[in-house]
Structure formats: structure tokens, C-alpha cells
Design a binder for this molecule. Structure first.
Ligand code: SF4
Ligand code: SF4
Length: 439
């Protein structure tokens, strides 16, 4: 694609990177075929190629974007399906990230939108505040009919049920069982540790059982993805810098073999830390080092030779690969190979490349599209008649549960169970129900 940026514009490293990306696009449109929003809306501007043109126009002309550009960029899930499809290797992720930051800096959103985005950025990355927000949401459910339509829609997507206190803020270490073969750091996540603490518990159990010492550095926080995808670059950079410093203390201290991430949205972000700090002379090397050690939990476990204890009992598992793992990290085989090796009967659903509509805060910000994508994903998964759906991202779990009869659990919970740990909560609840009764 031809571009016409001025030399002054290209002096900005972000602009220079976006220009380089734009020039790789040959506007063939192949990416439209696998874009979930193009599939739903059928509008060229709601597909990757159309968005690329809108972003090019905004950046090249140094324009404050109009509401039309903002709407089409906002409707993008950042699912990165287009990057898997693109034959030219267009890095749409970095381009749309730049566009979101630019929109945030220059465009004044309507008051309600500003409030919602501020609320999400202020509460979700902080486990204690998030827990408080969940309590407020539980109270709001009682007066739901009196709320404005948009708030009602958002509330419908907030998970109910109990929440857990966040992990302690201090550094914690779990020694390896038997001979120590590895030492790893675990990113505990923010929303996940409050909504589903069993995921971190299962991760730690399965790692420890297989000879890994696990450390959670006390000052690790949100990976930064949440604010990054809202275009709030400063907040995201602060979160990244704090995590890089905390992890470097472990790397330079007792050393670590990997940074384990069990929420794939966070994993995609961690693996991009080097790029995000590429122009920062004080942190670029450290950020690159941390990024090079980031591993999805399934990737790391695939290298450990797990000893399976056998409770899988041919349970029918349909695996839903989160976009951030499938398209963002290109981690495809490890979770499925591990589940198959554990003895689960693995099924694949149709349209596995399509997003479930969760996409970080997307389901809160674009509830109508998110619900349509969820319905389509749930229908595809249900057609495999699974006993359980496994996935690798808390966002997908929360998004899919209300739409499925089968329980939705994290892959690592099944692997923990299959190697001598506990039955996942979702399955345990199911097996305690009288036969034939659905939750
Ligand atoms: S498939 Fe790649 S090269 Fe073709 S239009 Fe899409 S982004 Fe551009
Ligand atoms: S990231 Fe996903 S929603 Fe956005 S343009 Fe690419 S395929 Fe479409």
C-alpha cells in the first residue's frame, strides 16, 4: 500500500512503525473472510482492510478521527484472526493498538462512553477494586429494570456468583515436590484471581507436582492489556514497567526458567513487552528479556512430561482455543495434545477460528455484537455435545458459560485433575447433581 507520510511525521517511532505496517498491506481483502465483525455486519469498514484504510487516513492526514472512524475501530475485537489469514504478514495488532492510542488522545467521546471506559480502567486491573465493583453489580441487579438500556445490557454480561479475596500482595513461593527441575514465576492476573482462583491453584499444583518451584512476586499486577486495548498508553506502560521490574528481580535473583501465564490475553501482552518498550533506553532490554521468558501454561507443561493418573475416563472435551492463544500467540497444539494425552476424548467445533465475543472489555463496550458472537460460538460448541468445554482464558470462560449447558473450565484445571489434583469445580458441581438435571 502506498503511503505519503512526511519526514516530520516519520520522526515519531510509532508513526514510522505504522507506516512500515501499512506498506506491507497489498489490499487483497483475504483477511475479510475470517473477520468476525465483517462476517456479522458485512460492511467493508468493519473488516480489517477497511479499518486499515481508515487508520491510514487518520494517521497520514494527522486528523482528529471522526465518529465514523472511531465506531469502526471500536467494533474491532483485536481478535487477530486477520493476522493469521493475511498472506503478507501485516501486523494489524500493532497498527490497531497505535490507532486506539491515537483515538484516545485526540477524540472526545460522549460522556457515558467516557465514564464507562474510565470505570473499566479504574476497577478491572485492580483485584480489590474489581471485587468491590462485582458487589455493586450484584446490588444493581436488584434494580435492573430501572436502569438505562445500555447499563442493563452490560450488567447482563457481568458474571454473578461468589468472588474470592485477591492473592496476598506479598511475594509467595511454592517449593517443588521432589527434586527441583525448574523455577518459574506465575503471573496471577487481576480479574481472574477474584473470579476464578481455582485456575491459579490448579496451575501451581500441577507445576509443583512436576518438579517446579513456583514464585509469585509480590508486586506483580495487571499485565497492562486492559488499559492498552482502551488506548490508555500511559496506564498500560506503568503496568508493564512495574511488572518488568518485579520479574527482573526474580530473574537476577534466584533466576527463573519461564514466566507462566494462564490467561492467554495476558500472555499475548507479555510476549509483546519488548516491542512496547523498544524505544525506552532504561527498560527495553529488560522488557525484551521478560517477553522472551513468557509462556502460556500449556506451552510450558508440554515440555514437562506430565504423569497422568487417569481420571479423564474418556470424558468428552471440546476445546475452545481463545483468539489470543490461537491468533495472538499461535499456540495451537500444546493444549490439545496435553488433553488428548491425559485421556480426554477431544472434539473440535466448527468455526474454531472465530472469537466468542469476550475480547477483554469488548463485551462490556459492544454488548450487542458480543452477544451475537457468543450465540454463534455457543451453537458451534454445543453441536459437539461435550461433557465439558475447555479453554485457556478467563474472559472466554465467563463469556461462554451462560450460553452453554456443559461446564466451561480452564485447560489447566483438567490437566491438574488428570495428574492427581482436584476435579475442576464446574465438573464437581455437575457430578453432584441428580442425573438429568441441568444447571
Ligand atoms: S489480507 Fe493482509 S494484505 Fe490483504 S488486505 Fe488484509 S491485511 Fe492487507
Ligand atoms: S482483529 Fe479481529 S475483528 Fe479486528 S479486524 Fe482483525 S479479524 Fe476483524
Amino acid at each position: 500500500m502506498q503511503t505519503s507520510f512526511t519526514l516530520a511525521q516519520l520522526a515519531d517511532p510509532d508513526m514510522a512503525e505504522s507506516e512500515r505496517i501499512l506498506r506491507t498491506c497489498v489490499h487483497c481483502g483475504f483477511c475479510n473472510a475470517t473477520c468476525p465483525t465483517f462476517g456479522l455486519l458485512g460492511d467493508e469498514l468493519d473488516g480489517p482492510r477497511g479499518r486499515i484504510y481508515l487508520i491510514k487516513d487518520m494517521l497520514e492526514n494527522d486528523r482528529t478521527p471522526g465518529s465514523r472512524t472511531v465506531q469502526h475501530v471500536d467494533r474491532c475485537l483485536s481478535c487477530l484472526s486477520c493476522m493469521t489469514t493475511c498472506p503478507s504478514g501485516v501486523n494489524y495488532m500493532h497498527l490497531v493498538d497505535h490507532a486506539r492510542a491515537r483515538i484516545e488522545q485526540t477524540y472526545r467521546r460522549p460522556l457515558f462512553d467516557r465514564l464507562v471506559r474510565h470505570l473499566l480502567a479504574a476497577f478491572l486491573p485492580h483485584p480489590r477494586r474489581f471485587r468491590l465493583l462485582m458487589r455493586v453489580a450484584a446490588l444493581a441487579r436488584a434494580v435492573r429494570p430501572a436502569l438505562p438500556a445500555r447499563l442493563r445490557q452490560m450488567l447482563a454480561l457481568v458474571p454473578g456468583g461468589t468472588t474470592a479475596p485477591p492473592m496476598p500482595a506479598r511475594r509467595q513461593v511454592w517449593p517443588a515436590e521432589g527434586e527441583r527441575r525448574h523455577r518459574v514465576a506465575l503471573l496471577p492476573g487481576c480479574v481472574q484471581q477474584v473470579l476464578e482462583p481455582s485456575i491459579n491453584e490448579a496451575t501451581i499444583r500441577v507445576l509443583v507436582r512436576h518438579g517446579c518451584e513456583v514464585v509469585v512476586p509480590g508486586d506483580l499486577g495487571c499485565c497492562g492489556a486492559l488499559e492498552h486495548h482502551l488506548g490508555r498508553s500511559d496506564g498500560a506502560r506503568r503496568a508493564v514497567a512495574r511488572n518488568v521490574r518485579a520479574l527482573m528481580r526474580e530473574i537476577e535473583g534466584d533466576g527463573i526458567d519461564a514466566v507462566i501465564v494462564n490467561a492467554s490475553g495476558c500472555g499475548t501482552m507479555l510476549k509483546d513487552y519488548g516491542f512496547l518498550f523498544r524505544d525506552d533506553p532504561t527498560l527495553s532490554k529488560d522488557a525484551e528479556r521478560v517477553a522472551s521468558l513468557a509462556r502460556d501454561v500449556s506451552e510450558f507443561l508440554a515440555g514437562l512430561e506430565l504423569s497422568f493418573a487417569g481420571p479423564a475416563d474418556s470424558l468428552k472435551v471440546t476445546y475452545h482455543n481463545p483468539c489470543s492463544l490461537l491468533h495472538g500467540q499461535k499456540v495451537v497444539a500444546p493444549p490439545q495434545d496435553l488433553l488428548a494425552a491425559a485421556g480426554f476424548a477431544l472434539s473440535e467445533s466448527a468455526e474454531g477460528h472465530l472469537c466468542c465475543g469476550s475480547a477483554g472489555t469488548y463485551n462490556m463496550l459492544q454488548p450487542e455484537l458480543a452477544l451475537k458472537l457468543r450465540a454463534r460460538k455457543a451453537e458451534n460448541l454445543a453441536q459437539t455435545v461435550p461433557d465439558v468445554v475447555a479453554t485457556g482464558n478467563i474472559g472466554c470462560m465467563v463469556q461462554l458459560r451462560p450460553a452453554l449447558k456443559a461446564p466451561v473450565v480452564h485447560t489447566v484445571e483438567l490437566l491438574d485433575w488428570a495428574t492427581g489434583g482436584r476435579m475442576p469445580n464446574g465438573l464437581a458441581r455437575r457430578s453432584s447433581q441428580p442425573p438429568g438435571e441441568e444447571s
